[in-house]
Design a protein around this ligand. Sequence first.
Ligand code: NAX
Length: 325
Amino acid sequence: TKPPVRVAVTGAAGAIGYALIFRVASGQMLGADHPVILHLIEVPQVEANLKGVKMELDDCAFPTLKGVVCTSDLEVGFGDCEYAMLVGAKPRGPGMERSDLLKDNGKIFTGQGKALSAAAKPSCKVLVVGNPANTNALIAAHNSKNIPFENFTAMTRLDHNRALTQIAQKAKCDVEDIDKFCVWGNHSPTMYPDLSHATIKGTPAKQVINDESWIKNEFYPTVQKRGAAVIDARKASSAASAANGALEHIRDWALGTGGKWTSMGVVSDDTYGLQKGLIYSYPVTCANGVWTKVTGLPVDQHSHDMMQHTLNELVQERDMVKDML
Ligand code: NAX
């Protein structure tokens, strides 16, 4: 058994946080041989609720849980952490513009970036779930001088997983038969769920599916608008599936993907006709605790247009928060 590792979760008393921390505590993220100390972070108004969450964690008697810290102090919360899962964010209120949301959340992620830099391990791996996740991750990365930029990532794993099941249902295959699928760009309805490289048991997925109209008219919108569809049906936003995506994002980053592709929002470069310095979702593989982009893929005109469309949105978001970078 390895020494315990400190994992910070912000928004720990929220819906996603509550669905996430018990699974992290039980060893499902880093493995049954890797005990954790959970750092639960909330805003001061909600901090008291964490006491109840901690009681429930105690009542699970997880062998992998070696301690729980509950706090609203960011430097205590991120102290010596090797993983930080930034779930808490300000939700979009009625009548609120996207630019206001970006600015309000920008303030949160400026402060969290600074506190991570001051208190977390310099090797800390950071996942931003709170929306707008890509741009929040960009702000945190810019404000965290002691932690490499590459360690700041945004979650598109939920979008990736949503797509896998749509593909599996259409192609009547198992999700694990699918490889080389990826989501490009922003975690927003502009994302590009790209089937052009995907394979099903080694055969091109487009050949297996053989239905171009389904891809464009059903698959894209279903994946892109899945969050809204869940809200309509459940009268609450995705929580357990989002927590699962967050857990799998860190699990795969830490333990590896065994050569398979997944999707992560990571710092962009100028390959594939993109621009440097944004947090953009790419196909990646992970090994030895490092993510690596899949390079050298052919990009057809349709993919190029889709990738540019979501890039443009991220450029606009960055321009709205320029003073925080
Ligand atoms: P909830 O409102 O249930 O919980 C959020 C919690 O965060 C609250 O308890 C709140 O007190 C706390 N919080 C707010 N600001 C904080 C701060 N500065 N420091 C610490 N805690 C803070 O929302 P929930 O459903 O859990 O969603 C959390 C975030 O995930 C939202 O921003 C949401 O938009 C985002 N999502 C991102 C997804 C993704 O794929 N990237 C998908 C799911 C989800 O919509």
